[in-house]
Design a protein around this ligand. Structure first.
Ligand code: OOG
Ligand code: NI
Length: 534
């Protein structure tokens, strides 16, 4: 019938994200509480913003986007798993953006973020999944933990046959699905990311061996699913949500990751409630030895022979909140990284009772501009430009020359590429004259040191002794080096090439996307001004 048409990937992503949120709420009820708190705080902030008509505070994202907005995280063990996950997310309009080397923080993994890339898709639903892949070569493993992990991983199947069928179908239909297919796809994809009642794929003993090597190894290799380990709603005031979480009695991570609280938010600030101890059912019998003893080849065959399960616990799943500010340029990022390092050096040298957050606030106050016009003028943030409707009085000769090079949008964009600084300076003038307004572009990505801080506060139980570097009170510990939960891992540097090989496609550089958005908005303004002048 001709009523049959494809579901738009943006719609599919929204349906998937809502279903995932519902699933996680059922699995981790505390996440439901978190969503409720965040919605309350966001409503208050929006009310007070409307009444003061204040648009200088950063995000101009719609309230609709805000209420839908969240990110999740999964941890994968094998390149082949990542390849299929990449295919799943492509159907949802999510593509790998950004490379995150987590070895800088002592974690044997690297990551990318699957997210929408166009401004229209981001506005419709920016749902993202931070996806890490184990780097077995970074696990020291003198006692065979690495081999055990790989053995366990080689035995599991994350994807149901129905899901794989649906992926083939979607790819035959240029990454599209009809409504009935979409329903199957979402149901089966969610299965991949569910907790699956905590039935482990290993024995308690195997789990203990991996955990002793590195807690993340056990979390990745001992389960049957690529369970999401948190879902993160976006808030407009993370400090208010943090206070509300504490007053509701949640065990909350001690400090907020990312930049300090500012009048004009940049990048990303994050905090979480700590991971919960959850019941796990371990296999009673070692699958490998069962295979040897009974020469059974399929794991299903072995599973059906499991006589009872052994009860245990696993601590990894948590709830996180985030506050998003402006995307910064490479120069803005460089300054951010530098000030972070400076604050860290100061806390280690400091002895007069200041907390890391005090020092961070102070370090940024003196050196990182905290208002829109200075941030723009110093080219520290990416902006989207709009015409206000005020007439252009004089055309700058350089711009006139630039416009004379062509009249189509793509010709103008090329001209901007060649003469970006001229156009940016001109944009500054027009903003001053009230012909253009600049709005910050929301940061859609992640921060590797923050991610490491979140990881480390959740991989071990609160108060656990080897948890390095996430405590505000502790002064001689670097808050971000994270450091070796296990001393075996040195800093080996990233390996984007091998992550891309696993993905089967290249990773997009987020700065390229932000810069494109900025230039597109400028070229649209140029065209509009030229037309209204003529
Ligand atoms: C991922 C942690 C990173 C974030 O928001 O920075 C992350 C994980 O724990 O698997 O989600
Ligand atoms: Ni997160």
């Amino acid at each position: 019938p001709d009523a049959k048409s494809y579901v738009h990937p943006d719609e599919l992503r929204t349906a998937f994200a809502l279903a995932m949120s519902q699933m996680y709420r059922n699995e981790v009820p505390l996440y439901g509480d978190l969503v409720r708190i965040v919605q309350g705080v966001n409503q208050n902030v929006l009310l007070s913003r409307n009444s003061s008509a204040d648009t200088s505070k950063g995000t101009t994202d719609s309230p609709e986007r805000l209420s839908l907005e969240r990110h999740g995280a999964i941890r994968l063990g094998l390149p082949s798993e990542l390849r299929t996950v990449q295919r799943i997310f492509a159907v949802l309009g999510m593509y790998p953006v950004g490379y995150y080397d987590l070895s800088v923080a002592g974690l044997p993994m690297h990551a990318t973020c699957f997210r929408p890339m166009t401004s229209a898709s981001l506005a419709s639903n920016p749902f993202r999944i931070f996806t890490t892949l184990l780097r077995p070569e970074l696990v020291k493993s003198e006692d065979g933990a690495r081999d055990l992990a790989l053995q366990l991983l080689s035995r599991r199947t994350l994807f149901s046959p129905e899901l794989l069928d649906m992926l083939d179908t979607a790819e035959q239909q240029q990454h599209n699905l009809y409504a009935d297919q979409a329903e199957t796809f979402i149901r089966e994809a969610l299965r991949t990311f569910s907790w699956a009642s905590g039935v482990a794929a290993s024995t308690a003993d195997e789990y203990a061996r991996l955990r002793a090597e590195h807690p993340v190894l056990a979390d990745i290799a001992c389960f049957r699913t690529a369970h999401i380990n948190h879902l993160t709603p976006r808030t407009l005031d993370i400090d208010a949500v943090q206070r509300a979480m504490v007053s509701e009695g949640m065990a909350v991570k001690e400090r907020i990751e990312g930049p300090p609280r500012r009048r004009f938010p940049i990048l990303l600030r994050q905090t979480s409630f700590l991971a919960l101890d959850e019941p796990v059912h371990f296999l009673a019998k070692n699958v490998a030895s069962a295979e040897v003893n009974e020469s059974s080849s399929t794991s299903e065959h072995v599973d059906s022979r499991q006589q009872g399960l052994v009860e245990g616990t696993h601590c990894a799943r948590f709830g996180e909140i985030e506050e998003r500010g402006a995307a910064v340029t490479p120069a803005g990022r460089h300054l951010y990284d530098e000030l972070l390092a400076q604050a860290m050096a100061s806390i280690n040298a400091c002895s007069d009772g200041l907390t890391y957050d005090d020092i961070l606030t102070e370090t940024f106050r003196d050196s990182y501009p905290d208002n829109l016009s200075e941030l723009c003028r110093q080219r520290l943030i990416f902006c989207r430009y709009r015409c206000t409707g005020n007439m252009l009085t004089t055309m700058h000769p350089d711009i006139a020359a630039l416009l004379s090079r062509g009249g189509t949008p793509s010709e103008i964009r090329n001209a901007i590429d060649e003469d970006e600084e001229v156009v940016m300076n001109w944009a500054d003038c027009l903003v001053d004259e009230g012909v253009l307004v600049a709005e910050p572009i929301t940061y859609e990505d992640f921060l590797p040191f923050s991610a490491a801080g979140i990881f480390q506060s959740n991989l071990q139980k609160a108060g656990s002794s080897s948890l390095a570097g996430v405590s505000t009170g502790e002064k001689k510990v670097s808050p971000h080096s994270g450091g070796a939960m296990n001393s075996s891992l040195g800093c080996r540097g990233g390996d984007q090439g091998s992550l891309e090989e696993a993905l089967g496609c290249s990773i997009t550089d987020p700065d390229v996307l932000y810069s494109q958005l900025q230039k597109e908005s400028l070229s649209e303004c140029l065209l509009e001004l030229q037309l209204t002048r003529a």
